[in-house]
Ligand binder design. Sequence first.
Ligand SMILES: [Zn+2]
Length: 351
Amino acid sequence: MQKSIERISGDSAGVFYEFPAFRFTGADKAAPSAYLQSALHAGELPGVVAIDALMPALNKAEVEGRIKGNITVVPWANPIGRAQYHFGEHQGRFHLGTRTNFNRAFPLLAAPDTALLPDTTFGTADQQLKTRLLQLSIGHDIVLDLHCDDEGLAYLYVHTSLWPTMADCASAMGIDAVVLWSEDSDGTFEGATIMPYQNVPAGVAKFERRVATTVEYRGMLDVDGRLAASDAEGLYRLLVARGVIADPALPAPGPFTGFVAPLENIDMMPAPRAGAVLYDVKPGDRVAKGARLATIVHTPGEVGGRTEVFAPQDGIILTRRARRIIRAGEDLLKLVGDKKSADARSGTLED
Ligand SMILES: [Zn+2]
C-alpha cells in the first residue's frame, strides 16, 4: 500500500490543506478497480470509521496477494470542510468561502478522461478539491462516496442506468433502501462520476461492470464501533463480489431484500410552522396516508399552539432531522411514498 499526501492551496497566502490517499496495486490488470472516499461533507463520519475498520482487511488481502484490482482509498475527502468551525459549531456541508455545497458544482465531463478536467490551479480551494477528487476517482470501475443523513436508514442513491445490475452491491453492503435517480444538473460527485459514461455505447463490456453510488450510512450520530465493523464487512463483501479482491471463502451476496424507489416518490415534508418538533415516526417506520408524522409546538402553552403534519401518501420513513428546532419551510423528514410525490421539489438528489 502506498500513501500519498494530496495538497490543496487555500484561498489566501500561506494556507494549505492536505489529505491522504491510499493506493493498493492490483495483481490483475483486467480486474475491476475501486475508489472509496468518505466525509466529502466533512462532518459525516460513519464512512470514515467504516474505512478505518476496513483498512486492516485490505492490508491483510495485500499481504496474502489477494488484491486483484487497483484500490484507492480517501478516508478524509474534505480537509477544507474539516477545518471549518463557526462559533464552535462544525460546518462541513458548505464551503464558507464560496457558500457552495461541497457535494455540488463538480464538473460534469463529456467523457471519462481526466484531460477534460478544468484547470483549477488558480480557482478557489473548494474548486481545486473537487477537481482533485475527480482526478483520483476517474478510471475506477467502482466509485463509492460515503455520506450520512441526519437520522436515517442505510441507503444508496443509484443512477437508473446502474440498476438492477448493482443489486448485488446493495445486498453485499447490507443496505436497507435504494433510491433511483436519473438527472443531475447540480454536479454532485456521484453525478460527475456517472455522467461522463452516459455517452459510452451500450454493450461496451468495460463499462457494464460499473458501480457508482452515494452511500448514506444512516445518521450523523451513527458513528459507532459495531456499525463501523459491519459496514466495513459490507464494503469488503462488495469488493470481493465484484472481483477487486479474491476471497474464495466468502459466499456470494444473496438477493437484495431492501426496498427500491424512484427519487420522484420522495416527499420531503416541509414544516408548516417554526418551533419544536415532536416526531411520531422514525426511520424505517411504515406509515399509511393520513397518519400523523410530527407535531410542531410553535406557541407553547397557548390554545392552538400545536400544528400536526400528516402523511400525504402510504410509504416508509427514510430519514428525519437530528435537531428538534425547525423553521417554517425546512424539511421535517423524507417519506418514500408508494407513488410519485405531488411535491414538485422531489426528484433532486439530496445527499
Ligand atoms: Zn453528505
